[in-house]
Ligand binder design. Structure first.
Ligand code: ADP
Ligand code: MG
Length: 557
């Protein structure tokens, strides 16, 4: 039974299998190893995943969704074609598609996977990811943190050397910076930082703004279809600039062709704030890890935006370090997940992965500084602690002859407890204690499954123990079962059909992007193609498929 590694990304997802000492990227039904993390419901209720769904974000925005990874673990839903979907459900559809593609590619059932998640994901988001996997029919023994996966891919290629690595993951809409320490086969995340609103999209946005300014267009006045067209052209230009020094953007809008030439130098000057946005998280991650730049052995760059030579150069400048060239920014995380899956299969020697606590856990105490009767947060397990973590702290009586304590347990970074997440309380009797003398010890133990155990220990050795889940919105088993039956009833477009629907989605998208006369052509070709599909005439279908795709190739230059 094959076991795979999956990078379930905000923008793109992919799967890798590790066997016989090599990692192999799995090609999806369209022959690509990257599947856009987009879902769209087709007119007949069938579900499209990936490229076609991404195209339909433009032509059928009300039936299509993307970026739902951002909401994993939150109680939100989106409505697509009249049905509401949770982030878990949408992610499960991506996983279902990846599972099906892997099975077709490998020719055997795939039932188990290691899935990567951002290191900062809290228990809610992690649990949501596991639920998504479960709904898709995949067994997930463990989730792997994305930076650990990237480090593992690096180590597997370059030998398992001890060292401290700076992993910079710059994706479509998020920047994650981590300091990862490797010692004696233990991969430990020392610190994480980042900006979850900074990514490749911002470059596209900057190019769009520049394009509008230089062409005297008012961005606000463009229709949403027009905006989408310019935006797509901008992304294409950006990606081409990773390979060639100068690109020409040509966009047809409202019976006129608008142009922009762009070089990497110009891209830098219009994207200053984006580059600057990389600086702080890098500094913060290194600082939080208690290391200095000199203590970093290598830089591992992953994520699509790290393919930009300008980004690599900027990182080189601010760190003075040369990023390692041997890591593929697109696939490293999935590779690491696959390698870990193989380790669990005993194909490889084991490494130990540790998790970190992405938030502070503590209790509310009297504000001794302001002495105004307000409470403040006393942290017991600080953010970025390696898990499992167990820390004990003594606390003093707040009044004379105090005989009872009530501890209010919180999770969060704010000094004001009420602004953090309240997890619950624990109460106990104590021997009478004078003001400001020690009344009890509080021991907190937090494990990788998100269970917090609090022991309150009196001075005469009495212990009261209580377990907390550090989450506020666990789904009930009924809710999960409801999602399960809904997902079991949802049908993904079959691989035979998919090819055709991808072409139709593309035609509809290019239609939006074209002038009237080209629209006529597209409509005609599309009608012929659809008619042949309906007549189920294989030869005619093939013929008109080719005609339509040739036309689109020409229109899309
Ligand atoms: P995520 O982790 O968010 O799922 P990825 O790591 O796949 O996303 O990164 C997607 C982003 O990378 C997109 O914004 C895309 O435009 C950008 N990207 C992909 N390839 C290139 C390239 N060759 N040059 C520049 N940007 C690229
Ligand atoms: Mg990613």
């Amino acid at each position: 039974m094959a076991k795979i590694g999956i990078d379930l990304g905000t923008t793109n997802s992919l799967a890798v299998i590790y066997k016989e000492g090599k990692s192999e990227r799995i090609l999806n039904s369209l022959g690509s190893y990257i599947t856009p993390s987009a879902v769209s419901i087709d007119d007949d209720g069938q579900i499209l995943i990936g490229e076609a769904a991404k195209d339909r974000l433009i032509s059928h925005p009300d039936n299509s969704a993307s970026e739902f990874k951002r909401n994993m673990g939150l109680r939100t839903t989106v409505v697509l074609a009249g049905t509401s979907y949770t982030p878990e459900e949408l992610s499960s559809l991506i996983l279902k598609k990846i599972k099906a593609d892997c099975e077709a590619y490998l020719g055997e059932p795939v039932e188990e996977a290691i899935i990567s998640v951002p290191a900062y994901f809290d228990d809610n988001s992690r649990r949501a990811t596991r639920i998504a996997a479960d709904l898709s029919g995949l067994k997930v023994e463990r989730l792997i943190n994305e930076p650990s996966a990237a480090a593992l891919a690096y180590l597997n290629k370059n030998g398992y050397k001890d060292g401290t690595y700076l992993v910079i993951d710059f994706g479509g809409g998020t920047l994650d910076v981590s300091v990862v320490d490797v010692f004696d086969n233990i991969i430990e995340i020392l610190a994480v930082s980042g900006n979850n609103r900074l990514g490749g999209k911002d470059f596209n946005e900057a190019i769009v703004q520049d394009f509008c300014t230089k062409n005297g267009l008012d961005h606000e006045k463009l229709s949403s279809a027009e905006k989408a067209v310019v935006y797509r052209a901008a992304e294409r230009a950006k990606i081409e600039l990773s390979e060639i020094p100068m690109v020409m953007m040509e966009v047809p809008l409202d019976k006129k062709k608008y142009m922009l030439t762009l070089t990497n130098q110009e891209l830098i000057s219009i994207s200053r704030p984006i580059f600057e946005g990389i600086r702080d998280p890098v500094r913060k991650a290194i600082h939080d890890s208690r290391k200095t730049l000199e203590g970093i052995d290598s830089i591992i760059l992953v994520g699509g935006s790290c393919k930009m030579p300008t980004v690599r150069e900027f990182i080189r400048q601010i760190t003075g370090l040369e990023p390692v060239p041997s890591v593929n920014p697109d696939t490293a995380i999935a590779e690491g997940a696959a390698i870990y899956a193989a380790m669990k299969n005993k194909d490889l020697k084991d490494v130990v992965l540790t998790d970190i606590c992405p938030f502070t856990l503590g209790i509310a105490v009297n504000n001794d500084i302001l002495k105004d009767g307000s409470m403040m947060m006393s942290s017991i397990i600080p953010r970025n602690s390696t898990l499992p973590s167990s820390i004990t702290k003594p606390y003093n009586a707040a009044s004379n002859n105090q005989v009872r304590v009530k501890l209010h347990v919180y999770q969060g970074e704010n000094i004001h407890p009420e602004k953090n997440l309240y997890l619950g309380s624990i109460e106990m009797d104590c021997p009478p204690t004078r003001l400001n003398s020690k009344i009890c010890d509080v021991k907190m133990t937090y494990d990788i499954n998100g269970i917090l155990i609090v022991d309150a220990i009196t001075t005469d050795g009495n212990v009261v123990t209580k377990a907390f889940r550090s989450n506020s919105n666990v789904l009930s088993s009924e809710e999960i079962e409801k999602m399960r039956s809904k997902m079991e009833a949802s049908i993904l477009v079959s691989p035979e059909d998919e090819k055709y629907r991808v072409l139709i989605a593309r035609a509809e998208r290019v239609y939006e992007e074209s002038f009237a006369e080209q629209r006529m052509l597209i409509t005609n070709f599309l009608m012929v193609f659809r008619a042949n599909l309906e007549r189920r005439d294989p030869i005619k279908v093939k013929e008109s498929y080719k005609q339509l795709s040739d036309l689109l190739d020409k229109l899309e230059y």
